[in-house]
Design a protein around this ligand. Structure first.
Ligand code: DUC
Ligand code: ZN
Ligand code: ZN
Length: 481
């Protein structure tokens, strides 16, 4: 058999196993995994780890914030940074603006992504205006391979519970999964108003303005709604003990409830918001970081399998008047752009602080950062090293000792700057194309392809649950029997 490229002599690690073998690649796919393979084009992976390329399923790229502010990274800089961070594909959001249709939204994002992305990409469709017309148009999203939605329970784009149920039931009918930003809007509004009235306007008040209770309440409510119609639910950026416990309990009881947490909840705390001057603004993100005790609890949930994924929630706003301070420098924390970068740091942080420090095994690292997101979000042929799969591969130097500094995004800060880490992705292939090789950019913008995703595959994800809502008799809700 002839190959276009062979990766030779590395240690392959998947979500199940570790072993030494060569990988033969042909036409962008893995064609053979064996010993003694050769080709005229070879990558020497001696002493290196050969992993499924990371899949980043929570990142904001070329997307306007709730304030209407375009984020700092477009598909070129965002996918470039993702690749340097060991990712071979990503799934940013396509955000419906009020009044926009479904296809209008997706086509707008196609125009932003297709000419620029170094990596294969898909979209989660954010629904902020679920009118009858939009609900009727949603099947068009499935036809195009957009099989996940995201809704908000906070901000101006928050849906009410009826609208949330509409989305859940349409998603269920078509085999999609609904993601949710779960924080209680009114609890936050109430707390924030009191803080501002008391003159508490600095960045450090961002954290107490969004108390853990607001997240826990919203997660429990989101779970109740999803269980009522037996629809799959994915809770993004869980930051609290109560939220993680609610997910765990729901899963134990057989509900199709899944969740992620993010590196900033594992490695940073609310104290970072209290850095001198306006430095704390760099760490404003929602939900806010909590405390060191919560970090330990979230790690414990990672170890116990509560989370399906660890994602970056890359939401880049530069530390200047185009980003964080678009409303001015002398403004309360509520007017500072919300979000932090992290797409290039997610995998190195999880490898160094998770795998190298013995908190998680390498197999779980692969599971949380590639294999499981691919499965949950219908990315067939990605997230695995197997014959027939896309040759999406990250080759790591597991021993490199380095200090985090500037990233390859368009941002002017890295919240993890100065962190000393062990292990670094060196070469990343997307469908057999070298995007990054030995730490240098070799890919081209526009080489990535749109990933038409399959419906969510829940095989093996635990028990089933009898919905209280009987579609034959209750309210005519549009759910599958
Ligand atoms: N939610 C996100 O998912 N990302 C950035 C900010 C936010 O509120
Ligand atoms: Zn969010
Ligand atoms: Zn986000």
């Amino acid at each position: 058999m002839s190959f276009d490229l062979v990766i030779k002599g590395g240690e392959i690690a998947t979500a199940e196993a570790r072993y030494h073998a060569d990988i033969g690649i042909k036409d962008g796919k893995i064609a053979a995994i064996s010993e003694g393979l050769s080709a005229s084009d070879e990558i020497n992976a001696q002493g290196r780890l050969v992993l499924p390329g990371g899949i980043e399923t929570h990142c904001h790229i070329a997307q306007e914030s709730g304030m209407g502010l375009m984020c700092t990274d477009d598909y070129e800089s965002g996918s470039r940074a993702a690749a340097f961070g060991g990712n071979a594909s990503f799934v940013p959001f396509a955000a419906q603006r009020k009044g926009w249709g479904v296809l209008e939204t997706l086509e707008t994002y196609d125009g932003r992504a297709a000419p620029k992305s170094y990596l294969d990409w898909g979209y989660h469709l954010i629904i902020s205006d679920p009118t009858e017309a939009v609900l009727a148009e949603l099947p068009k999203a499935f036809e195009r391979g957009v099989t996940s939605f995201k809704v908000f329970m906070t901000y101006d784009i928050a849906l009410n519970d009826k609208q949330f149920l509409d989305i859940l039931s349409v998603a269920k009918t078509h085999g999609a999964i609904t993601m949710v930003h779960a924080e209680n809007r009114d609890m936050i509004a109430w707390t924030t108003a009191r803080m501002l009235a008391a003159g508490h306007t600095e960045p450090k008040y961002h954290a107490p303005s969004r108390p853990a209770a607001a997240e826990v309440e919203a997660i429990n409510r989101a779970i109740s709604l999803a269980r009522m119609v037996d629809a799959p639910l994915f809770i993004v950026h869980v930051s609290t003990e109560g939220g993680a416990e609610a997910v765990r309990k729901a899963r134990r009881e057989g509900a199709k409830v899944f969740a992620e947490t993010c590196p900033h909840y594992l490695f940073l705390t609310a104290n970072d918001l209290d850095r001198p001057g306006l430095e704390g603004a760099k760490y404003i993100c929602s939900p806010p970081m909590r405390d060191a005790a919560t970090q330990d609890i979230l790690w414990d949930h990672i170890q116990r399998g509560t989370f399906e994924a660890v994602t970056s929630d890359h939401a880049p706003f530069s530390f200047d008047e185009k980003g964080k301070f678009a409303n001015g420098h002398d403004v309360p924390f509520t007017k500072i752009a919300n979000g932090m970068p992290g797409i290039e740091m997610r995998l190195p942080l999880m490898f160094s602080e998770g795998v190298v420090k013995g908190r998680i095994g390498l197999e779980r690292f692969v599971h949380l950062t590639a294999t499981n997101p691919a499965r949950l979000f219908g990315m067939r042929g990605k997230g695995v090293i197997a014959v027939g799969a896309d040759a999406d591969i990250a080759i790591w130097d597991p021993k490199e000792d380095w200090v985090a500094g500037e990233c390859h995004d368009d941002m002017d800060y890295n919240p993890f700057e100065g962190w000393r880490l062990t292990g670094r992705p060196k070469t990343v292939l997307n469908r057999g194309r070298r995007v990054v090789e030995d730490g240098a950019l070799t890919g081209k913008p526009g080489d990535g392809r749109f990933i038409a995703r399959a419906p969510v595959d829940l095989t093996g994800f635990g028990g089933t649950h009898t919905p209280e809502l009987n579609p034959a008799t209750n309210f005519g809700a549009d759910i599958a029997p």
